[in-house]
Every structure is written in structure tokens, then in C-alpha cells.
Design a binder for this molecule. Structure first.
Ligand code: AMP
Length: 414
């Protein structure tokens, strides 16, 4: 019986993995340049962590979390996002005593969403969290980091920027927003109606076309920010301008949870279709406290690797797989054994090489050399073993040059 993979959970096959390696290697490099250090946390956490750390009012926790019981112990969950676990680890290990910290993570996340293009049930995020700095230039630095990361990969994405205020300006605004939305209830979609009471800010984020003209007219927090939030926002923008990062202020971009404050941002790409966000982030100055740590401001983002891979694929950027420098072709039993030995020796020297352990016809072996993209082929048989000399055949030009087998490594490196 054939067993298929779980719906919404994808295999990344070897030909595609090279792209993932590139996304991750560039991330590690860019993050290290900015002082972000990697943290690895479990994919399973107490369900309670996400209820508190992401919020019970969110779809992610409310509807989409994979929750299970571990033999009568506390309820566990597959992590739906990376921030809550990172913050838990930050608190649990007392990392805050060392002052401001910049951490990053990468790995699989799980949400029971309706699978569609760009939306999966297991997907992968790369995320950064900067703890301990409330000042706006850390926001600008982090946004510029993400912008620079995407640029390094040749991706052009639009940066949308907003502020969601804080405890001094948001509550009064929310009350007005709720009243205003309630008055326009009939014109809004069922999802919006659902959210008016629970999470009115999220209504602004609705993507349903018929809601757009209504929501465009909704009252805007941007016009009613308190002094502190207005100053913070101005400084974030000034920082981005100083760093040459282009942005568009989008007054309807939100982060729907109470502990999110001030800066909210998202990078979107037309290449993605309806699920257009490749990364999103925001400031969460009360999250560490909410999860039982000392008051510690923070700001973070998460980027979707599947979506980034889609953009790269669409842009026609071929994944760069490492190809063998040389493919050994065996002419007889002595050659086959020599090929095995020579390949091992070259690999010890850091040179990728390949052979066909099945031996067989020359033609089939050459075909195999072509298929794996080898740069050169070397035929080995009794004669070559005896003389220590062989021919190095350029697989592209078909040109053959003599080479001493002991000089192969130097030759391939040169
Ligand atoms: P979020 O954690 O919802 O703010 O998402 C951050 C980023 O993760 C998004 O911009 C997407 O690129 C990616 N993402 C979120 N949910 C999914 C999903 N179900 N499937 C694929 N990518 C996702």
C-alpha cells in the first residue's frame, strides 16, 4: 500500500534543497554581521506558552494549533511560530541578565490552516528577535537587516511600515474603532464581524475585496498617536532613511495582540499572489513580561522560507548544487577498485567526485557523469593503474589531456 505525505506538509527534494541552503547560509552570514546569534528550541512546547505568548484571541492558537496530550501530562503543542519559544528560552536561562541580546532561529512551524499556494500546515520560518532595547534605532537596524538580506538574494520586496501605538494611545482609539466598525457591520465580511469584538485592530488587516472601500475610511491611529509613539515612529523612519531603506507607510498594517506596540512591518512581493507577505515583524515590549520574565522590550520578525523560495524560483534563480569535479569511469575490475580508492582520496582533499559503482558499459557511465554534472571524467583500467597516468576529459569541450593520477587533486584545484 502506498502511503502519501500529510496534506499541507511538503517534501523538499534534493534538487530544491540547494536553494534552502542558500537562503539559510545567507541568513546566517547577514545575521552574524549584525550580531544576531542562533538559538535552537524544541518544536514541541507547552500549549499554554502559545495561548499566553501568541494570544488566545488569535486564529493561530484558537483554530490552527496542533495540540496533543502526552500521557496525562500537560497539554503540548507543535509550535505555530518561533517567538514564544525563543522568549521562553530567553527567560528560562536568565539570558536577560547579560543585557541586550539579539537572537535568531530557523526551523519548521505548524498551523492547521487550509492548505493553498504559499500556505501550508508545516512551513519554515527564519526569525530574528532583538531583546532589551526600546529605542527606535534597533527597529530601523532590524528592518534594514531584513531588507539587506532580501537584497543579497536578489529579491525585491516592498516594505510596509506602521505603528500600532501603545497602552497610552491605543485603548481610546480601539474603543472608537470598535464603535465605528459596529456601525458599518452590515458592509463587512463574516470574518470582520467576528473580529470586531475580539480583536478590532485585526479587522483593518482584512483582505476581502468588498471590505476594502469601507476599511479605507476607518479612523486611523496614525493621526492619534501619543507623543512617545509619534516620536518613536519618526525616529524609525529617520533611521530607515539614513540607511537608504525605502518604505511605504500603511496605516492598516497591524499586529493584532495587546503586547505588540509601536513598530509593525511587513515585506510583500507581487511574485507571491494572494499570500503576498514574505516576512512580518513588530515590536513586543510586553511579551517577555507576559511570559513571566522581567520587563524587557523586544522586536522581531519571521520570514517564510517556502514563500522566499517561491520568489527565488519565479525570478529564475537556479539553486546552486555542488557538482562533482570529476567522475571516475571504470574499464575493468582493477579500474573499479582504483576509482573507489582515488575518489576517497580526492574527497579527503575536499574535492567532490563521483563514480558509478555498478561499472558496466562506458556509454552508460559517461551518461551518468553527464547527469550528475561532473566537470571532468577520468577513465581507469588496468593500464592506468599500472602507469599511474590517465586522461582528464573535459565533459563540456570533450577535450582530453594527460594527467598523472597522483597530480589529480592539484590539477582539479588549480
Ligand atoms: P506570521 O508568523 O504569521 O507573522 O508569518 C510570518 C511569515 O511566515 C509570513 O510572512 C509568511 O511568509 C510565513 N507564513 C506564515 N504562515 C504560513 C503558512 N501557513 N505557510 C507558509 N508560510 C507561512
Amino acid at each position: 500500500m502506498k502511503i502519501s505525505g500529510v496534506k499541507g506538509m511538503n517534501d523538499v527534494l534534493p534538487a530544491e534543497v540547494a536553494r534552502w541552503h542558500e537562503m539559510e547560509a545567507v541568513a546566517r552570514d547577514v545575521f552574524a554581521l549584525h550580531g544576531y546569534r542562533e538559538v535552537r528550541t524544541p518544536v514541541v512546547e507547552p500549549a499554554q506558552l502559545f495561548a499566553r505568548g501568541v494570544g488566545e484571541a488569535t486564529d493561530i492558537v484558537n483554530k490552527e494549533m496542533y495540540v496533543f496530550e502526552d500521557k496525562g501530562e500537560e497539554l503540548l503543542a507543535l509550535r505555530p511560530e518561533g517567538t514564544a519559544g525563543t522568549v521562553r528560552a530567553f527567560i528560562e536561562h536568565g539570558a536577560y541578565v547579560e543585557g541586550p541580546q539579539k537572537w535568531f532561529y530557523m526551523g519548521p512551524m505548524f498551523r492547521r490552516e487550509r492548505p493553498q499556494k504559499g500556505r501550508y500546515r508545516q512551513f519554515h520560518q527564519i526569525g530574528c528577535e532583538a531583546f532589551g532595547v526600546a529605542e527606535p534605532f534597533v527597529d530601523a537596524e532590524q528592518i534594514a537587516l531584513l531588507d539587506g538580506y532580501l537584497a543579497r538574494l536578489g529579491v525585491r520586496a516592498e516594505l510596509r511600515l506602521n505603528t500600532v501605538g501603545d497602552a497610552s494611545c491605543r485603548p481610546a482609539y480601539l474603543a472608537d474603532l470598535k464603535a465605528w466598525l459596529t456601525g458599518r457591520k452590515a458592509e463587512l465580511c463574516p470574518d470582520c464581524n467576528d473580529r470586531i469584538e475580539r480583536n478590532p485592530l485585526r479587522v483593518l488587516d482584512c483582505k476581502t475585496p468588498s471590505c476594502q472601500p469601507v476599511l479605507e475610511q476607518a479612523p486611523r491611529l496614525l493621526e492619534r498617536l501619543c507623543e512617545g509613539c509619534a516620536a518613536h515612529f519618526a525616529q524609525v523612519k529617520a533611521g530607515l532613511e539614513a540607511l537608504g531603506v525605502a518604505y511605504r507607510v500603511d496605516p492598516r498594517l497591524v499586529r493584532g495582540l495587546d503586547y505588540y506596540v509601536r513598530t509593525a512591518y511587513e515585506f510583500t512581493s507581487d511574485a507571491l499572489g494572494s499570500q503576498s507577505a514574505v516576512a512580518g515583524g513588530g515590536r513586543y515590549d510586553r511579551l517577555v513580561e507576559t511570559l513571566g520574565g522581567p520587563p524587557t522590550p523586544g522586536i522581531g520578525f519571521a520570514l517564510g522560507e517556502e514563500r522566499l523560495a517561491m520568489i527565488l524560483e519565479k525570478a529564475g534563480r537556479a539553486p546552486q548544487e555542488r557538482r562533482p569535479a570529476v567522475f571516475f569511469i571504470s574499464a575493468d575490475a582493477a579500474g573499479a577498485l582504483e576509482a573507489l580508492r582515488r575518489a576517497a582520496a580526492l574527497r579527503r582533499e575536499g574535492i567532490a567526485c563521483e563514480l558509478d559503482p555498478r561499472g558496466g558499459k562506458f556509454k552508460a557511465q559517461f551518461k551518468q557523469a553527464e547527469r550528475v554534472g561532473a566537470r571532468y571524467a577520468v577513465v581507469l583500467g588496468e593500464n592506468e593503474v599500472r602507469s599511474g597516468e590517465a586522461k582528464l576529459k573535459d565533459m563540456q569541450s570533450r577535450e582530453e589531456t594527460p594527467v598523472a593520477l597522483d597530480a589529480l587533486a592539484a590539477r582539479l584545484r588549480g
